[in-house]
Design a protein around this ligand. Structure first.
Ligand code: ADP
Ligand code: MG
Length: 373
């Protein structure tokens, strides 16, 4: 549905500064109907990418296709203006007109757009959009007399009123308070899913991306470091950056000592400060290479005394040096040869600080990624 190839954007130097290379050869494909999140820290190029898709920013190079229509191609000097890209957009500041009613705000794209619709059709479409965001009863209210969440829904209704092919959302929940954000997250996903509109959603909040998206693209310094389903990025991060941006992890530097082929998969032996770790999940590393072993705090299961660990798991023993009981979970620190590891346990697991404990960590929960350059 949306295909982006080799997208480049360099902002010209301003006020004697250096030019900013904001997008560095971005490639990605968004499937029809998918809810696609662009996730990354502030300044990594998310807004630049979204504005380029919208046609509000002109990339320096690359191609963008929406459906079967090329909307940008630097080689062929193709640039289709925003109004012809059939998009719906919601930005961080909802840009709702305060002197207009909810109805007039939502009707704006139909009344002022390129294709002006007849009056009766405008009414029907606006009311349908307002019903979809559960604001039909507020049609005649002035925009300032709405709560933050309601204003957000007005912006959304306005974005979908002309049934766009693609919905672009730039941090649309960031102005809402935490509780409202939780409910809006679900409402927003349900709404776009029920409409079947392909959606590109920009956020710096990993919980938002993980909870809402079908696919997540992790952006770092103008490049996509990984694209995948939330589970894939969490369980099989391809870089330490992706691992640390999505959830928490223990990151152990070390070296790959061997790679063997066992039962159809690669088994790596990896030497670290806490001893040898076996891993069945690795990307872009070979014997001899420096790397990082990523282990999630939830990957550890306690092993009772003298019980052998299973065949496909590492045995990691140490002293439990801190513990906090949080009700649903127990967070603890396990110190192994002077290296502290963060672990999260089930609250029914009995653990005592100061005691020696052994844990089993399956090979497929130890992910080896290349050392950061
Ligand atoms: N109009 C502009 N002129 C110059 N530099 C810009 C402009 N817009 C964004 N940048 C720079 O480009 C980089 C990416 O910005 P942006 O796409 O806004 O990131 P994000 O949305 O991920 O926070 C940043 O370093 C930012 O300072
Ligand atoms: Mg931004």
């Amino acid at each position: 549905m949306l295909v982006i190839e080799n997208l480049e954007k360099t902002y010209a130097a301003r006020g004697g500064g250096q030019p900013v290379h904001a997008l560095r050869g971005v490639n990605c494909t968004v499937k029809q109907g998918d809810f696609f999140a662009l996730l990354g820290p502030s300044g990594c190029g998310k807004t630049t990418m979204l504005q380029s898709i919208a046609g509000l920013e002109t990339p320096t190079g690359g191609k963008i296709r929406i459906g079967d229509k090329t909307v940008f191609n630097s080689d062929k000097s193709i640039y289709v203006p925003t109004s012809q890209r059939m998009l719906g957009m919601v930005f961080q500041s909802y840009a709702i007109w305060p002197h207009m009613t909810v109805f007039d705000n939502v009707a704006f794209p139909l009344v002022h757009g390129r294709h002006k619709a007849p009056r009766e059709e405008v009414r029907k479409r606006v009311m349908l959009a307002l019903e979809r965001v559960k604001l039909a009863d507020f049609a005649q209210r002035l925009a300032p007399h709405l709560s933050g969440g309601q204003q957000q829904r007005v912006a959304l209704a306005r974005a979908i009123v002309h049934e766009p092919r693609l919905l672009l959302l730039d941090e649309p929940l960031s102005n809402l308070d935490a509780r409202l954000r939780d409910t809006m997250r679900e409402d927003l996903r349900n709404l776009v899913k029920s409409l079947g509109i392909t959606t590109v959603f920009v956020t710096h909040d990993q919980v938002e991306a993980m909870g809402m998206a079908d696919q997540v693209a992790v952006l770092h310094g103008g490049s996509i470091v990984q694209i995948g389903a939330p589970e894939e990025i969490y369980f099989r991060p391809r870089t330490a950056f992706a691992a640390n941006f999505v959830g928490r992890s223990n990151t152990l530097p070390g070296r790959v000592t061997s790679v063997e082929r066992v039962g159809g998969q690669n088994l790596l032996r990896f030497q670290t400060a806490i001893g040898e770790i076996c891993s069945s999940v690795a990307s872009d590393v070979e014997a001899g290479s420096e790397g990082l072993c990523i282990i999630r705090p939830q990957a550890f299961s306690p092993v009772p005394d003298r019980t052998a660990t299973e065949e496909c798991a590492n045995a990691i023993g140490g002293v439990l040096s801190a513990r906090s009981f949080l009700g649903d979970t127990v967070e603890a620190q396990l110190t192994v040869r002077d290296t502290p590891l963060r672990i999260v346990l089930n609250s029914y697991d009995t653990v005592m600080t100061g005691s020696e404990m052994r844990f089993s960590v399956p090979f497929d929960r130890c992910v080896i990624v290349p050392a950061e350059r």
